[in-house]
Design a protein around this ligand. Structure first.
Ligand code: 13P
Length: 245
C-alpha cells in the first residue's frame, strides 16, 4: 500500500478546505493500492468529513491530546476525532516540536492514546539543519523513534506509520537528496526491525515534495509522502498521486 497524506497545516479556512476537498474528491477514484488522506485543521474536520464520506479519501487530524476527555482547555480528544470520522493522526510534527515545544515524552503519550483509540498515528521524525551538519541526523532520528514508540505494544506498533521529515527541508524548497533520503530510510528500517521486530511499517518522506521529485523517494523505498505546500495545489497533488504508481 502506498500513502499520500495532505497536511494542510493552518493554511485554509473552513470554506477553502471544503472547496479543496471537493476538487480532490471529484478526481479520485477508489484505489486499492493507494490511500489518500486529507488532514485539515481541527475547525475544518467535520465539514471536510461530510464532503469526502462517499469517496475513497480518508480523514486525518494534525494533532491529538494525550488524554481522551476532561478538563483540558483548548485540547481535542480522540473520541471526538473518531466521531467526526478521523482515521489517521499526525503526531510529533516538527512544527509542534519546534514551535509549540512538544517533547519526545509528550509525543510518546499522544502515540499511545491515538493507538488505544484505534486511530492510525503517523509519527514524524527528522533532524534539524544543525543536527545534519554536525553528523547527528541518524542519532537524533533513532532517538525520536525509540522514545516516540516506547509506550506502544507490538500490535499497536504494527498499525502506525512513520514520516521522515527533515526539518530543514520543510517548506524550504530544498528537498532531501534521494541518497540522503535512502540512508535515512535504511536507518529507520533497521531501528524498527532491531528494536521493535517490525518490518512492515510504512515509512513516508516529507519535506518540499512535489510532482517532480516524489518518484525518487518511492524509488528509495518510501511508501509515499506527507505533503505540505504541494497538497494545497489540487493539480500538483493529483499528479503526485499518479507519480506513486
Ligand atoms: P512541505 O511539503 O510544505 O515542505 O511540508 C512538509 C510537511 O511539513 C508535511 O507535514
Amino acid at each position: 500500500m502506498k500513502y499520500l497524506i495532505a497536511n494542510w497545516k493552518m493554511n485554509l479556512g473552513i470554506k477553502e478546505s471544503v472547496e479543496l476537498s471537493k476538487k480532490i474528491s471529484g478526481e479520485i477514484e477508489s484505489d486499492k493500492i493507494k490511500t489518500i488522506v486529507l488532514c485539515p485543521s481541527f475547525a475544518s474536520l467535520a465539514e471536510v468529513s461530510e464532503v469526502i464520506k462517499k469517496s475513497s479519501l480518508k480523514l486525518g487530524a494534525q494533532d491529538i491530546f494525550w488524554v481522551n476527555k476532561g478538563a483540558f482547555t483548548g485540547e481535542v480528544g480522540a473520541p471526538e476525532l473518531k466521531e467526526i470520522g478521523v482515521e489517521f493522526v499526525i503526531v510529533g510534527h516538527s512544527e509542534r516540536r519546534h514551535i509549540v515545544g512538544e517533547t519526545d515524552e509528550v509525543i510518546a503519550k499522544k502515540m499511545k492514546l491515538a493507538a488505544d483509540f484505534g486511530l492510525r498515528p503517523i509519527l514524524c521524525v527528522g533532524e534539524t539543519g544543525d543536527e545534519r551538519e554536525n553528523e547527528q541526523a541518524e542519532k537524533r532520528v533513532a532517538e525520536q523513534l525509540d522514545l516516540g514508540l516506547q509506550l506502544l505494544d507490538n500490535a499497536q506498533i504494527s498499525k502506525i506509520l512513520i514520516a521522515y521529515e527533515p526539518v530543514w527541508a520543510i517548506g524550504t524548497g530544498k528537498a532531501c537528496s534521494p541518497d540522503d533520503a535512502l540512508s535515512m530510510f535504511v536507518l529507520i528500517k533497521k531501528v524498527l526491525q532491531e528494536k521493535f521486530s517490525e518490518n512492515n511499517i510504512p515509512i513516508l518522506y516529507g519535506g518540499s515534495t512535489d510532482d517532480k521529485n516524489i518518484a525518487s523517494y518511492i524509488e528509495a523505498g518510501y511508501a509515499g509522502a506527507l505533503v505540505g505546500g504541494s497538497s494545497l495545489k489540487p493539480l500538483t497533488f493529483l499528479k503526485m498521486k499518479e507519480a506513486i504508481e
